[in-house]
Write a new protein. Structure first.
Length: 343
């Protein structure tokens, strides 16, 4: 697991230039996103600096992670549409302490990459890409007989959760008798995980991949800590946040997500983090790929999918419990899902 923290983004030393900023010039008013990038020669990216594997600081202080590699793919794919030979620069805006949608809504960034649940974008003046990842709410707990029972009402159980998340909404609806401990701010996930480790919390509820990332960052063993239930409680596709009312830009971002090059980036970050944790589990997997598929298929109108495609995905996941069929599953989402029917 600790090997993950030594990984560098593939673009280290290649961004021309890389500028770190908390605040930056707003996008040129009146121009499309693509025209703004053509004029400035820079893509403005919102990214977390504290969340493995999306974006976090390498030991030398540089930002690394999936989102950094994705924007490098995007900037290379934009050269042809822009009829440009010189490489684009990237300006990074750490979003740890920023309201989730603000930078994209205000067009301060052209892309905000992180654990953004597509369902949370409803009724927000922001656009969102096709999914690049699918996860769901689970409880991070200590392994053993003392773990909570998700099938009970959790009365009196101290459950940590991040304010304003779909996990909080779910807990308040499904477990009204639980003693919710609300965390907020950029270190909320770390404090929630620490609460379970110290025994102050019975569980911490969050999207599975968020807990997995923090487990990897801390070097926690999947034998000592686990995610329950095995099948996530919810289905949470993640998308990239984009400025509103720019279908041309959304189409370009969607194309990058659907590309074979993105599959390699996805496997490098999400595949490796799960594989590292799985080594502790003697043949089993910390992520129940088939369970996530079942949960999400339950939440989606069957007519949104081609039945043969669904069966192929189920067979692939059942035959080989690994991140690759999981990628194929989220790619099926990207190709065929209608986001408006997700509960």
């Amino acid at each position: 697991m600790r090997r993950l923290l030594l990984r560098r983004s593939a673009i280290a030393g290649l961004l021309v230039p890389v500028l770190l900023a908390v605040f930056g010039d707003r996008a040129v008013r009146g121009l499309s996103v693509l025209d703004t990038i053509a004029e400035t020669g820079v893509i403005d990216l919102g990214v977390r600096s504290d969340l493995v594997p999306f974006g976090y600081r390498h030991s030398d202080g540089d930002l690394t992670g999936y989102c950094i590699d994705f924007v490098d793919l995007l900037r290379r794919q934009l050269l042809d549409p822009l009829n440009r030979r010189l490489p684009l620069g990237v300006r990074l805006f750490p979003t740890d302490s920023q309201p989730e949608f603000e930078l994209a809504i205000d067009r301060i960034v052209q892309l905000d990459c992180g654990p953004h649940a597509i369902a949370a974008t409803r009724d927000r003046p922001v656009a969102v890409s096709i999914p690049f990842f699918v996860t769901g709410v689970q409880f991070f707990v200590k392994s053993g007989e003392g773990a909570i029972d998700p099938d009970s009402d959790l009365e009196g159980k101290a459950i940590g959760v991040i304010r304003g998340t779909t996990a909080q909404t779910y807990l308040e609806t499904e477990y009204p008798l639980a003693d919710l401990k609300i965390f907020q701010g950029s270190y909320g996930v770390r404090r929630g995980i620490e609460g379970v480790i110290s025994g102050r919390l019975d569980a911490f509820a969050t999207d599975g991949i968020v807990a997995i990332g923090e487990m990897a960052r801390r070097g926690l063993s999947a034998n000592q800590y686990q995610l329950i239930p095995d099948i996530p409680l919810t289905c949470e596709p993640y998308g990239m946040l984009l400025p509103p009312e720019d279908p041309q830009w959304k189409a370009l971002v969607d194309r990058a997500i659907a590309s074979p090059e993105h599959e390699r980036i996805w496997n490098r970050w999400f595949g490796s983090i799960m594989t590292d944790l799985d080594r502790d589990l003697d043949g089993s997997s910390i992520v129940n790929f088939e369970g996530i598929a079942d949960r999400c298929f339950e939440k989606i109108e069957r007519s949104s999918f081609d039945p043969d495609s669904i069966e192929k995905v189920r067979m692939a996941i059942g035959e080989r419990r690994s991140p690759l069929p999981y990628f194929r599953f989220h790619f099926l989402f990207s190709k065929q899902i209608s986001f408006t029917v997700i509960d």
